[in-house]
Unconditional design. Sequence first.
Length: 97
Amino acid sequence: MSYLYRRNGIYKSGQFKGQRCTQRHSFKKKVEQYARPKKCSSCGNEITYMDKWQMKKNKENVCLCAAYIFPHRAGSGVWCVESKNEPTEDDYKARYG
């Protein structure tokens, strides 16, 4: 399981004045469990709060079809049975050679 984080929790409270960092980060452990504070690669500030909405969204939208050998989001690739797009000739060549 991975934990999704965003940079500034202060933005949600209305106290943050400035440009919002839209970068999302995924870590194997919770940020509090790391020895050094994690920094955002985009803006350089500390990563502060867990993106619970995105984690919930990712858990609800899991597809386990046989197109991929791993759990994935439904409709995320052209080979998923939930996808609205059909594979093209280039997709077939890339996958089967």
